[in-house]
Design a protein around this ligand. Sequence first.
Ligand SMILES: [Zn+2]
Length: 100
Amino acid sequence: MTNEEAIGILNTKRREDFYTEKTVNEACKIGIKAIKQAMIPQKVDLTETYTVKALDVELNKVLTYPSAPCPNCKQWIIVNKSINFCQRCGQKLDWGEKNA
Ligand SMILES: [Zn+2]
């Protein structure tokens, strides 16, 4: 099922077009997953940090950055509290202490 199909089923005005309970349940699972990713921040585990090297093209220098695994997709994300979402999966991130 595509995200667009799920959105169509979750739209109550169009729901009558999709009459099987299984289809509606599948759309609801996709909707719940999307809400969790986009709206409920997951805590980043900062005990598992790793240093990554990346080329800064503007400075033409290789810089090192601390990174931590995304709580959802486990891909490495640079530790930067101004980053609110994982760039790979879209998971909303919780970096721990607020206003620090
Ligand atoms: Zn992710």
